[in-house]
Design a protein around this ligand. Structure first.
Ligand code: GDP
Length: 139
């Protein structure tokens, strides 16, 4: 995967609250091209593997329960400097700390239920994209 790509999920809270369209609009307006996208639901095993790095954290159980409770939209996005620019677009993990105009400031409700995921490095973007999409689902 090119280093100009990042991976995102619109999380169950944002889907439940009807924000898929508004979030995709913010993403495309910021110059990201959608190269892969699906509407899906994570199994328990999927979420435990995807968030495996957080396995020892006290919130792991809550995180897995949240991420599996309903459908998500997952996508691979392309843009120059994609990882860093997308992290700036979504804002801080805790919406209370997120800058005005960021996706988490606008649509997230708490540090746990924070509306969107964004990869934190090029390496993780490639791993996370490959976890969700096969090569023939990426355009
Ligand atoms: P991110 O890279 O900004 O998504 O943040 P992290 O990698 O630190 O955490 C991954 C995800 O775990 C976050 O996006 C939240 O959904 C969740 N999370 C992080 N901290 C907490 C917490 O203190 N409590 C709960 N319930 N969830 C958390």
């Amino acid at each position: 995967m090119s280093t100009n790509r990042t991976f995102t999920m619109i999380k169950p809270d944002a889907v439940e609250n009807g924000h898929i369209g508004a979030i995709l609009e913010k993403i495309t307006a910021a110059g990201f091209k959608i190269v892969a996208m699906k509407y899906t639901q994570l199994s328990l095993r999927d979420a435990q593997e995807f968030y495996g790095v957080h396995r020892e954290r006290p919130f792991f159980g809550e995180l897995v329960e949240f991420m599996t409770r309903g459908p998500i939209v997952s996508a691979i996005l392309e843009k120059e400097n994609a990882v860093e620019d997308f992290r700036a677009l979504i804002g801080a993990t805790n919406p209370a700390d997120a800058a005005e105009g960021t996706i988490r400031k606008m649509f997230a409700t708490s540090i746990g239920e924070n509306a969107v995921h964004g990869s934190d490095s090029d390496e993780n973007a490639a791993i996370e994209g490959a976890f969700h999409f096969s090569g023939r689902e990426i355009y």
